[in-house]
Design a protein around this ligand. Structure first.
Ligand code: NAD
Length: 378
């Protein structure tokens, strides 16, 4: 039997549009699903944005106050796409209204708020999932399979980076992402959840962190006609050394000042038996190095091999066919589909808000480490 799931999107800015596209395109990417997602309501404090959402995606209703969506019985799923500061209040209210919730990262602006959200969803017994779509790239799914199979042997070390060049222009004006009151943090809180979550997913939990955060461009223009500049309150770059509970050590970097980068999430993982390497700007391939390959004569077959993960999603994905090149929007479709499948089949979600809250704890510890100049245990 096909379950009807009415969806309410809160925040119709950049990611709100991306996620609306994901829900709308589900029936095209998957022929057979145990649910039917319907776009019921869109909310944005900016009325024009809410109305645009209704027009673009044919939602049944729009609102400027998300409580209007929470009151509706035909909405079972609430998707949080607002700036970070609003996450806690919305997520707790949605849980209390009995809605299943998907939250685009980060879960909250800090660990105490994340714990409040976690307590609310546990009490309400609703399903909850984080939007960290890079987990849903076939190359990353394959990386996790290889690690689970023991391909790497003992993992010694890794590096994982998430790099943007979005703020290298010192005259780019201040935005909510640079306002500590709205964003809660800088590159570490905005971009850090992706590489921190990636290592959590691939290699397991963290044991300690030693971090350095830096604001390189100290002031920027204010968004008004005055020509005035104001201080930047948050970090542009975060560099973390981390220790994992399994003994592996590594580095994580989040930067908005990585000149030449577009949207670059990449990792290298080195183990006693092999290594893997990935860059989401080249997302059709997972590179794998196998120490068991013969290295003679003249190097034998030893060396990094490109595994063609392309678009080889497991069923029930049907479109495009597996050989066709993959792109960023597709990961969001896969992630949202995964969440709705868990609701329809009543199975545990992953990554849940538990993992989202853990990422907030690691980020809080990294900020503390940067301030105090010492390792923080986790
Ligand atoms: N998963 C990802 O890869 C990814 C990518 C981008 C953004 N995000 C996350 O999504 C969230 C939004 O980021 P964005 O880039 O879409 O920002 P944005 O500024 O483009 O859009 C935010 C929208 O939310 C609206 N809004 C603000 N307060 C609101 C409230 N209380 N109720 C309803 N609407 C409200 C704004 O008017 C705006 O239209 C952030 O938490 C960000 O970290 C995740």
């Amino acid at each position: 039997m096909v379950m009807e799931l009415g969806v309410g999107i809160v925040g119709y800015g950049f990611i709100g549009k991306v996620q609306t596209y994901a829900y709308r395109s589900l029936p095209m990417f998957y022929d057979v699903l145990p649910f039917k997602a319907r776009l019921v309501g869109v909310c944005d404090v900016n009325r024009k944005a809410a109305e645009q959402g209704m027009e673009q995606a044919e939602f049944q209703c729009c609102a400027t106050d998300y409580h209007e969506l929470l009151k509706r019985k035909d909405i079972q799923v609430v998707h949080c796409c607002t700036p970070n500061i609003h996450h806690k209040e919305l997520l707790i209210a949605a849980a209390e209204a009995g809605k299943h919730i998907y939250c685009d990262k980060p879960l909250a602006i800090n660990a105490p708020e994340a714990r409040e959200v976690l307590a609310a969803v546990r009490k309400a017994g609703v399903k909850h999932q984080m939007g960290v779509e890079y987990r849903f790239i076939p190359a990353v799914l394959r990386a996790r399979q290889l690690i689970d199979e023991g391909f790497l042997g003992r993992v010694f070390s890794f590096r994982c980076q998430y790099l943007h060049a979005s703020y290298i222009d010192p005259n780019r004006p201040l935005s909510w992402r640079l306002d500590r009151k709205v964003a809660g943090g800088g590159a570490l809180l905005d971009m850090g959840p992706h590489p921190i979550d990636m290592i959590l997913y691939l290699l397991g939990d963290y044991a300690g962190v030693m971090a350095l955060t830096e604001t390189c461009i100290k002031d920027r223009p204010v968004v008004d006609e005055s020509g005035r500049r104001a201080a930047v309150e948050v970090d542009d770059i975060a560099l973390l050394q981390v220790r994992l509970k399994n003994g592996a050590v590594g580095t994580i970097e989040a930067s908005r000042l990585a000149t030449g980068a577009n949207d670059e999430l990449r990792f290298d993982i080195h183990g006693s038996q092999g290594a893997i390497s990935f860059n989401c700007m080249d997302p059709n391939w997972l590179s794998a190095y196998d120490c068991r390959d013969a290295d003679a004569p003249i190097g034998g077959r030893r060396g990094f091999k490109k595994i063609e993960t392309v678009q080889r999603y497991p069923p029930p994905a049907t479109l495009p066919v597996p050989k066709q090149a993959i792109g960023w929007m597709r990961y969001h479709v896969a992630s949202v589909c995964d969440f709705l499948l868990h609701i329809a089949q009543d199975t545990p979600t992953c990554p849940s808000f538990e993992e989202g809250a853990r990422v907030n704890e690691i980020i809080d510890a990294a900020y503390r480490s940067s301030t105090e100049g010492r390792w923080i245990d986790l």
